[in-house]
Design a protein around this ligand. Structure first.
Ligand code: AMP
Ligand code: TRP
Length: 321
């Protein structure tokens, strides 16, 4: 199955990224799967150049630590494959201003900044190019990317109708649980790097005491009945869903075993700590050898280019270049 997905190397990876996306990447990896660290997308944010470079390598080590195997799939850094930026321009001449300005993520982010970059508007076009360059059939992402995926399908179909069949129209795939992990302090909004409320996020590399503290302080309600109910009990349901994602149960199954919030929170802390510990250990080992990580990235970019290059040329020729 041809798969492509990406993650921005901004901020630190959190368990929303892990449960919503990265864990699916690991289980679905195969020789036809491509995963990229989208450093070009990160340029839409205010981020120090040296910091971006460093975080890009941090993310590479994190993805390997989480279980991606470069002997099985292709793991690469987006900017090292120049076809992504080139395809972006072709697709900017297929997408419309109207559809881009209607994207929820754009509207939200633009409303929080003055003088936002044009890249924030065209961000989903670059993403569409990432996907279409690899003829991906499936794109594993969290729920927040659904709209961008719909737009990708739209752009692919419009291109194919106008210029001939070049692109595969992709499907989004979401995890059964935790497609949208919510902020621990405000369960009405998703856990997000860009709205960092430090106590609301659990980072992949938080230590045991931080994880314990954050889960203990997580906002719930006051009636103290353990029940899975997103409408009436969003904070608690978020914890139940997180629990179920790590333990492999369903949220109601977890709820049934508990009668007190405190017990649930205590066991959830232990579960998260023990699930993340081996990833954290592997990360420390991998991150220590930056030369090896850079060599791996170079190999990944070469493998990715072999697929993206011919597809880019087909699209360019179809458009008349
Ligand atoms: P980003 O960090 O925005 O590059 O997102 C990388 C991946 O993580 C995407 O597939 C997102 O859909 C997913 N993701 C980000 N935040 C969450 C969240 N709170 N819950 C579930 N998935 C998420
Ligand atoms: N926009 C995605 C996010 O913020 C990241 C991304 C970029 C992506 N290119 C992609 C995801 C291609 C899937 C496929 O989460």
């Amino acid at each position: 199955m041809r798969i492509l997905s990406g993650i921005q190397p901004s901020g630190s990876m959190h368990i929303g990224n892990y449960l919503g996306a990265v864990r699916q990447w690991v289980t679905s990896q195969n020789p036809e799967a491509f995963y990229c660290i989208v450093d070009l997308h990160a340029l839409t944010l205010q981020i120090e150049p040296d910091k971006l470079r460093e975080q890009t390598i941090d993310y590479l080590a994190s993805l390997l630590a989480a279980g991606l195997d470069p002997d099985v799939c292709t793991l690469f850094i987006q900017s090292q494959v120049p076809y992504h930026a080139q395809m972006n321009w072709l697709l900017e001449c297929v997408a419309t201003y109207g559809e881009l300005s209607r994207m929820t993520q754009f509207k939200e982010k633009a409303s929080r900044q003055e003088g936002y970059r044009v890249g924030l508007l065209t961000y989903p076009v670059l993403m569409a190019g990432d996907i279409l360059l690899y003829s991906a059939e499936q794109v594993p992402v969290g729920q927040d990317q659904r709209q961008h995926l719909e737009l990708t399908r739209e752009i692919a179909e419009r291109f194919n109708n106008r210029y001939g069949e070049v692109f595969t129209v992709p499907e989004g795939v979401q995890p059964v649980a935790s497609a949208r992990v919510m902020d621990l302090q405000d369960p009405s909004r998703k856990m997000s790097k860009s709205l960092a409320s430090p106590m609301g996020l659990i980072y992949l590399f938080d230590d045991a005491s931080q994880i314990e503290k954050k889960i203990k302080k997580a906002v719930t309600d006051t009636d103290n009945e353990v029940r899975f109910d997103w409408d009436k009990k969003p904070g608690l349901s978020n914890l139940l869903e997180m629990f179920a994602s790590f333990s492999g149960e369903t949220p109601p199954q977890v709820a049934e075993r508990y009668s007190r919030y405190g017990d649930l929170k205590k066991d959830l802390s232990e579960l998260v700590i023990s699930s993340l510990a081996p990833i954290q250990q592997r990360y420390r080992e991998l991150r220590a050898d930056e030369g090896a990580l850079r060599a791996l990235a170079a190999q990944g970019a070469e493998k990715a280019s072999e697929v993206a290059g011919p597809l880019y040329r087909r699209a360019a020729v179809a458009m008349g270049l």
